[in-house]
Design a binder for this molecule. Structure first.
Ligand SMILES: Nc1nc2c(ncn2[C@@H]2O[C@H](COP(=O)(O)OP(=O)(O)OP(=O)(O)O)[C@@H](O)[C@H]2O)c(=O)[nH]1
Ligand SMILES: [Mg+2]
Length: 387
């Protein structure tokens, strides 16, 4: 028989336990009373940057990434319980082409990339410039990330207008574009930038050891938390080019680009992929270019693809035609045409759930993807179906 005093203690403990069970129905209460809350932070496996395990949506509520059927995508559980050292990573890097004067606008982009993705993904950065980066540029960029930043100078032959370009002809073309009010029509540095991005960035020695890159520009916005690794989507899905926005090119900047492309196709039919995305580029089976292109200020791509024979030969052909200086061929149509012709169409990936803005357009994920990414963009401001 129980001594009466023990009877009361037992009843009190029982009541407290029942109340605790009832209160545990509430997630906030549950989160703060989990036994793991007394463990040291390093044991809890929270992802660097302080994600609280209890706050992450359960894995079952995270739908698979659109277009990605592989089984190797890291689950929320993987992200929760492993630190960077233990996480499977792609051989990838952020690539930033910038002037020293781009420092502060670039930090805006970089801070968002770190907060949305790289604080846990921990990919390195490669910065490229035709001049030496200043100590100030290096100090403030490196300070924003715990990953490594590498700073490279561009070989002058990869940047400046080549000697064999007829400067008289190029000057006249620029003057004509100024008359037609074509954006950046006057600018030689802009043309250097387009040519470099089209055919040279992936040959820079600092990028040699990497397979994938993500291009970031100054003053862009990343609206949503990126809770999976887009580089692994590229690698595991054998993708070569990823985009978030596509639009039409200004026709005045590319009057002879498509004829030059058609010449190349005619001379090198075997280099064109059988299952290509010509239908994205042309509405009449390749006769004319419909001016569609992926907006290359956002790109997640394969460096190996740009370095492969078909694209290198293609770029050489465009380079010899001189259109980077006699017209104002942009790296966006050049990359888009390259990806569409020399890759299979399923190797081009739409990162639908990455909210992104480069003035004046933005891609804002819709519906469930907006909630899942905790996006802050206005769902009504979405360029997908405009133009
Ligand atoms: N080092 C270097 N980088 C440049 C130069 N011109 C442009 N860039 C970089 O190349 C990228 C594209 O240039 P932008 O000026 O942003 O071109 P855009 O996106 O077509 O035009 P905006 O609407 O002005 O953004 C950015 O990352 C720039 O920082 C240049 O002369 N030197
Ligand atoms: Mg830009």
């Amino acid at each position: 028989m129980l001594i009466p005093r023990w009877k009361y203690i037992g009843a009190a403990v029982g009541s407290l336990f029942t109340i605790h069970l009832l209160l545990s129905i509430h997630p906030t209460y549950r989160e703060h009373t989990l036994p793991t809350t007394v463990l040291p932070a390093s044991w809890k496996g929270s992802v660097a940057g302080g994600w609280i395990p209890g706050r992450l949506p359960p894995e079952s509520t995270v739908p698979p990434v659109a277009g990605y059927e592989g089984e190797e995508l890291p689950t929320m559980e993987d992200l929760r319980v492993t630190d960077t050292e233990g996480r499977r990573k792609a051989n990838a890097v952020f690539v930033v082409l910038a002037r020293n004067s781009d420092l502060w606008p670039f930090l805006e982009s970089m801070k968002q990339m770190e907060d949305r993705f790289n604080h846990w993904a921990k990919y390195d950065y490669v910065f490229l410039n035709e001049e030496d980066f200043t100590d100030e540029f290096k100090r403030y960029t490196q300070a924003l990330t715990s990953s490594n930043c590498f700073y490279g100078k561009i070989d002058p032959s990869h940047w400046f207008q080549p000697d064999w370009i007829d400067e008289d002809k190029a000057r006249k073309a620029r003057a004509e574009m100024v008359r037609k009010k074509v954006i950046y029509g006057h600018s030689v540095p802009y043309r250097n930038m387009c040519r470099f991005n089209s055919g040279f960035f992936f040959r820079h020695p600092l990028l040699e050891k990497y397979d994938y890159y993500w291009r970031i520009e100054p003053s862009v916005k990343f609206f949503c938390d990126i809770t999976y690794d887009p580089f692994l989507v590229m690698q595991d899905g054998d993708k070569v080019y990823g985009f978030t926005l596509s639009l039409f090119e200004y026709v005045e900047t590319i009057p002879t680009l498509w004829d030059t492309v058609k010449e190349f196709i005619k001379e090198n039919p075997d280099l064109v992929s059988e299952d290509n995305a010509m239908d994205f580029l042309s509405d009449d089976g390749g006769d004319t270019y419909n001016r569609c292109h992926f907006w290359s200020n956002f790109e997640i791509g394969s460096l190996k693809f740009w370095r492969s024979e078909p694209y290198m030969k293609f770029f050489d052909h465009l380079e010899r035609a001189g259109g980077f200086y006699y017209e104002r061929w942009g790296d966006a149509p050049v990359h888009s045409i390259g990806a569409a012709l020399f890759a299979k169409k399923e190797q081009i990936h739409f990162f639908d759930d990455i909210g992104y803005r480069h003035e004046p357009f933005q891609h804002c994920p819709q519906g469930e993807a907006h909630t899942r990414g905790r996006c802050w963009c206005d769902i009504n401001n979405n360029f997908d179906w405009e133009w």
